[in-house]
Design a protein around this ligand. Structure first.
Ligand SMILES: [Zn+2]
Ligand SMILES: [Zn+2]
Ligand SMILES: [Zn+2]
Length: 144
């Protein structure tokens, strides 16, 4: 039995469709993975997995801040400036997910961070009150 030209075309189109779908699924998968890893990685000269670094490593130093230029979380601005070719870009205080608790991974805006009053609202980890000394580095201040 001979296949008609039409059948052949339909068969090829089916194959193309399947390939295309596989490609799409793969792409979405890769994107999802990238997003997930970008969101939870803390960069810097880390001394543990909770965001402490060679500069700030007291029990309270668990906050990571996002740079507005490279969009990476860094354990501190010194780590950032040693590892990047630009200096740390401050983030608007209202921008969501720009500060991260290194203990539980919860992300929040700088304003929320200030409202928490020195401890993570999710895991209860204490934050270093001295971090506010560097507020002008991590967060955009309207009246500097
Ligand atoms: Zn940066
Ligand atoms: Zn550091
Ligand atoms: Zn936490």
């Amino acid at each position: 039995m001979e296949k008609s030209a039409e059948d052949t075309v339909v068969a090829i189109m089916d194959k193309v469709e399947v390939k295309y779908r596989q490609y799409k699924i793969q792409q979405v998968y890769v994107e999802t993975c990238n997003e997930a890893s970008n969101q939870s990685i803390i960069y810097g000269n880390l001394t543990d997995s909770q965001g402490r670094c060679t500069h700030y490593h007291s029990p309270l130093d668990v906050i990571a801040n996002k740079c507005s230029v490279c969009r990476k979380f860094y354990s501190c601005y010194k780590c950032h400036n040693e590892n990047e070719s630009h200096s740390f870009g401050s983030i608007p205080p209202e921008e969501a997910s720009s500060v991260m608790c290194g203990v539980c991974g919860l992300q929040f805006s700088y304003s929320e961070y200030e409202q928490m009053g020195g401890a993570c609202k999710n895991c209860g980890a204490d934050f270093n009150p001295k971090c506010s000394l560097h507020k002008c580095i991590y967060s955009d201040q309207k009246d500097k």
